[in-house]
Design a protein around this ligand. Structure first.
Ligand SMILES: [Zn+2]
Length: 299
């Protein structure tokens, strides 16, 4: 009888014991996929018998035979699903994740194959937008790439302008969110805040004029002098960490992929105290992933 328990933790020995072959992984995916009960995708019938393969389900009315991977981000993999599980495990549980180059070496796959699978994983790592920060939050923008990493320019050429919100707790830093924007304008800064910060939150920014018009919508938005970042210490440490991570394993990150990397970074960061369930959560996101515009962070 297969083990129905959720896999917890970051221990690779336990991981290897639990997931020994493709079959173990497919069974696990089928539990996730039909966790809320089975319903035929074609006709809505709720009864099934076993399909062509033991982990498939076949509708008793219309005979539609559904695999656990169809319609998920595990569909049409170019390598065994066991390897996909290993990659998802590493990317979710290693503090810095893994680059496509590292993945290609470790799993003996083409780098391009790793690169495109990693892009799928990153899609599942984007914010659900369900938990806006509602306490105290510091917000600022910064530049990545380009000859001089100045402030308040615009995303141009290879330069990427990022806006970042960091939740400030009594005993340190809570969650954080970042998004690539074109201009540090009230329109774009407002769109970012609406996604990730509650209207009642205490928002602290520097004196940049892009934030001023947003005080109508966010009544607790306060602007204070930056004092070369001294008033935003945690936020600036966070910026340095993002930059260090990008430099360290992702030598070059294109503008098109930048948001994916920001999402990857913050998916792990925001769950650094929930490492027990991070792998299972990411699998769930990948199984239930849909291109719902509400869930996709548009830039
Ligand atoms: Zn059916």
């Amino acid at each position: 009888m297969a083990n129905k328990e959720v896999f917890k933790g970051v221990n690779s020995i336990k991981f290897n014991q639990r997931f020994k072959d493709d079959n173990d992984c497919l069974i696990y995916l089928s539990y996730i996929k039909w966790d809320g009960g089975y319903e035929c995708k074609r006709c809505g019938n709720e009864k099934f018998s076993s399909g062509k393969k033991p982990h498939n389900r076949r509708c008793t009315k219309c005979n539609y035979d559904e695999s656990p991977t169809v319609g998920t981000l595990f569909e049409k993999l170019k390598f065994p699903v066991l390897i996909a599980f290993h990659i998802v495990f590493k990317i979710s549980t290693k503090k810095k994740g893994m680059s496509s180059l590292e993945l290609s070496r470790e799993f003996e796959l083409r780098q391009k194959t790793c690169w495109s699978f990693k892009e799928k994983i990153q899609q599942a790592m984007s914010s659900s937008l369900k938990h806006p920060i509602d306490g105290t939050v510091h917000v600022d923008e910064f530049m990545i790439g380009g000859p001089e990493e100045g402030k308040r320019g615009r995303s141009k050429g290879d330069k990427k302008l990022i806006v970042l919100a960091v939740e400030i707790l009594d005993d340190g830093v809570g969650r954080a969110y970042a998004e690539m924007i074109e201009h540090a304008s009230a329109r774009e800064l407002g769109a970012f805040l609406r996604k990730h910060v509650s209207k009642k939150a205490t928002i602290i920014t520097d004196e940049w004029r892009g934030y001023s018009p947003l005080k109508k919508e966010f009544p607790n938005l306060k602007q204070v002098p930056s004092k070369s970042g001294k008033n935003f210490k945690d936020l600036h440490i966070h910026i340095m960490n993002i930059k260090g991570w990008l430099r360290g394993i992702h030598h070059h990150c294109s503008k098109e992929r930048m948001q994916n990397y920001l999402d990857e970074y913050h998916f792990r960061y925001n769950r650094r105290s929930n490492m027990d369930t991070i792998f299972n959560l990411l699998l769930k996101r990948m199984v239930n992933y849909s291109k719902n515009p509400e869930l996709t962070v548009a830039t």
